[in-house]
Ligand binder design. Structure first.
Ligand SMILES: [Zn+2]
Ligand SMILES: [Zn+2]
Length: 80
């Protein structure tokens, strides 16, 4: 494995609904981190989607170690 991408990122969970995304954006960092363990949005009960924190593109697995869109390395996988 070559280390051509040195950029680091992490996986975020956000809601499709922009109102919820705004609410989530106003939460404290600890609360936002809690969202990584959620499956559904606590505001509208929609399933949360995973995005790359770096490029904001949607991911279809929480087990990715690298972003398939921008190549950033996820140093904090969600499988804990
Ligand atoms: Zn929501
Ligand atoms: Zn990315």
């Amino acid at each position: 494995m070559s280390e051509k991408h040195s950029q680091n990122s992490s996986i975020e969970k956000i809601c499709h609904d922009s109102d919820c995304a705004e609410k989530i954006g106003h939460l404290k960092v600890e609360q936002q981190n809690l969202f990584k363990t959620f499956t559904y949005c606590p505001y509208c009960a929609e399933e949360l989607m995973l995005v790359c924190q770096s490029c904001r593109e949607q991911l279809n697995s929480s087990e990715f170690k690298y972003c398939p869109w921008c190549g950033a390395k996820f140093d904090d996988p969600l499988d804990r």
